[in-house]
Ligand binder design. Structure first.
Ligand code: AMX
Length: 390
């Protein structure tokens, strides 16, 4: 490909389409094949789903898996950075007082900004590594503070690894902790990255392109993720499943048809790029068969997976009638003990921080270190005839 090769022809129909499919840049961390789903630096995500989460983050940052020594050094660096966390900055969250004020994604975004206000170095790698290292404690503090149990926070043990330290700080032990760690680590790896153009990643990189800090960029990305058509779909999907309340296929069909007639989205289905079932949906539903086969929500999810695609196919405008990643994840999180769906997007966000940081690092290093220029797509003015005040 040379600089002058034409990649895409933009027609008027592409305008006001959310930039759907328009190439705007390159991505080194991951790509989404419409049929095969997401690949991290070339590996299909299912090959990586049972690795240590830190090794997969290393892959996104360095474009190859670490050797044993590199893995050890990376984990040690993250652990060291976690210990240096400016926890005092998070007192700002305590001022929100009651657990019911705002959505947990608001708290996540504010928490990230507070960490940045306390400790921004301006070096993109340092700030990214600090933030990735400190996310488990931010998450644990948000969960406990909002739950009115801040005194239950166990002292951080970053040497346990990112996911295990989080469940440890929440006070989980024994088999319950093991089950949580298994599901959360799997969920975490599957959600780390999803190409360059998904809304949260794009937002994070757009903000970073103006040379805003990593913290400001990632908080912006988290705000983008918080919408129900994007990251909050995992919350919406479990609420949807709970509203259905039965795994009877006929009742589910009537429910889905009524939702469509009321012009409401069928959560857990559809995608901007994928044109087949998201492999991550298959992997999560597969994990559910191992972890919670008889769980009520899980059984509803399995029936939805069968019943919904033929119904959505009746609507030719819906380009992908198949399950997306959010279909199964909520039922699993619920089954392992996270009973409040409003928290689920924070898990998605926590994971995605690493992928977006890796992409921001790549964009800052682009053009021989000059970085990707500040984002500036073109909008074509309409209905604005030149005029003057008399
Ligand atoms: N339920 C109802 N309508 C749907 C639908 C669904 N699951 N998927 C698509 N549609 C509708 C769109 O709203 C759009 O309608 P419009 O022309 O009246 O605006 C039309 O079908 C065409 O949409 P599309 O090109 O197939 O998809 P899109 O790229 O515009 O939207 C998405 C993608 C994910 C927002 C959409 O499929 C949707 O709303 N799904 C339900 C919410 C959901 O599960 N989101 C999670 C996505 C994954 C993630 O980011 N976490």
């Amino acid at each position: 490909m040379t600089e002058d090769d034409s990649l895409f022809t933009i027609t008027e129909g592409h305008l006001d389409s959310g930039m759907r499919g328009i190439p705007v840049g390159t991505c080194k961390t991951s790509f989404v094949d419409p049929i095969e789903g997401v690949h991290y630096v070339g590996y299909p995500v299912e090959d990586l789903a049972n690795l240590e989460e830190e090794d997969v983050i290393y892959l996104l940052m360095h474009k190859r898996l670490p050797t044993e020594e590199e893995s050890e050094a990376f984990r040690t660096e993250l652990a060291h950075r976690a210990m240096e966390m400016p926890t005092g900055a998070l007192r700002v969250l305590e001022s929100l007082t009651t657990g019911s004020s705002g959505h947990p994604m608001d708290w996540l975004s504010m928490g990230i900004m507070a960490l940045g206000a306390a400790d921004t170095t301006g070096d993109v790698r340092t700030d990214s590594m600090n933030l990735i290292a400190r996310m488990p404690e931010l998450m644990a503090r948000i969960f406990l503070l909002r739950g009115g149990k801040k005194e239950n926070l166990q002292p951080s043990k970053p040497e346990l690894g990112l996911v295990e330290n989080f469940t440890h700080m929440l006070g989980m032990t024994g088999e319950e902790a093991e089950r949580m760690n298994r599901v959360l680590r799997f969920f975490f790896i599957l959600h780390l990255d999803h190409g360059g153009g998904n809304l949260s990643t794009f937002t994070g990189k757009a903000v970073a392109s103006g040379r805003a800090t990593v913290y400001a960029s990632i908080a912006s990305a988290m705000n983008a993720l918080s919408g129900p058509l994007h990251g909050r779909a995992n919350q919406a999907c479990l609420e949807f499943v709970q509203r259905i309340g039965t795994d009877d296929p006929d009742e589910i069909e009537s429910f889905v048809r009524a939702e469509l007639a009321a012009k409401r989205p069928i959560f857990g289905f559809g995608h901007g790029v994928l044109r087949a079932e998201d492999p991550r949906a298959r992997l999560l539903i597969g994990l559910g068969a191992e972890v919670c086969p008889d769980d009520e929500n899980y059984r509803i999810v399995k029936t939805l997976r069968e019943v919904v695609p033929p119904i959505l196919k009746e609507h030719p405008k819906i380009k992908n009638p198949y399950p997306n990643v959010d279909l199964g994840s909520g039922s699993l999180l619920h089954a392992i003990g996270f009973r409040k769906p409003e928290y689920y997007t924070t898990f998605f966000g926590w994971a995605r921080v690493a992928g977006i940081c890796a992409q921001i690092m790549d964009e800052r290093n682009a053009r021989d270190g000059r970085g990707t220029p500040i984002y500036r797509p073109k909008y074509i003015p309409i209905n604005q005839p030149h005029r003057r005040l008399e």
